[in-house]
Design a protein around this ligand. Sequence first.
Ligand code: BEZ
Ligand code: FE
Length: 292
Amino acid sequence: VRVAPPARARERELAERVVASFAGAPDDRLRHLLQALSRHLHAFLTEVRLTEAEWRAAIDFLTDVGHITDDRRQEFILLSDVLGASMQVITINDEAGDGATDSTVLGPFFLGDAPVIERGGDIAAGAPGEPCWYSGQVTDTRGTPVAGAEIEVWMADETGRYDVQYGDGRRAGRGRLFADEAGRYAFWALTPTPYPIPHDGPVGALLAASGRSPMRAAHLHFTVTAARHLPLTTHLFRRGDEFLASDSVFGVKDSLVTDIRHPPAGTPAPDGRDLAGATWSSARFDIVLAPG
Ligand code: BEZ
Ligand code: FE
């Protein structure tokens, strides 16, 4: 007579059969990924003793994530972001080292075709907020200026929204410019303020159920590209911001936290711009590109 194996042995045997089912995948990398995924998935299921109701809830959750995703909203990436998976992949693949500027998440509001502005121009383009003068130099890891580096920047306004979130086709709070012969750049934008990631969908519900805040630490996004260098995707974070330690997508790196200074009232703007008595701030953010 055959005796049914005890439950734990049956679980182990099923997991092993799933892993083995991928043994014939001809692509080495695909086989490795699917077998490791099977092992970790079954280890998770058996460790937490997942109930059938929990399995159903997880399927419903992922279905909701799919249903809210379209060509303008990517809830799967948002889920990856709040689970720290996006930052972990960036960390694993960070080839920069050697003093190059650290990278962080791209986020969903990059467009790639922001209007080109002159050096010293204003990317705010009417977006509400306090003006901030950003300047710095793009160099390589040996300190040599990277002339002509292309810099794209984008940010939320003081109401916490990116231009695309207004849904009326406006373009504001984003721009593209080129570093000069000495790698120097400067532009006007806004003093960054904290804002929530989109939290009206299933990822927001997950955060709420976990007692987690959707807030991102105040930041300005950069992508920097130049021939013969690795492209860089990063943020400038505002020193002193209350959400630096609890950024909802784990994007903060200490090296990116930057002073935003407010000069004494009445100080003329660095480029002589007439700010009509409004307060303004400034930040210096040097960028180091790794060799490509
Ligand atoms: C952002 O900074 O724009 C962002 C990043 C990740 C998820 C949502 C928003
Ligand atoms: Fe952002």
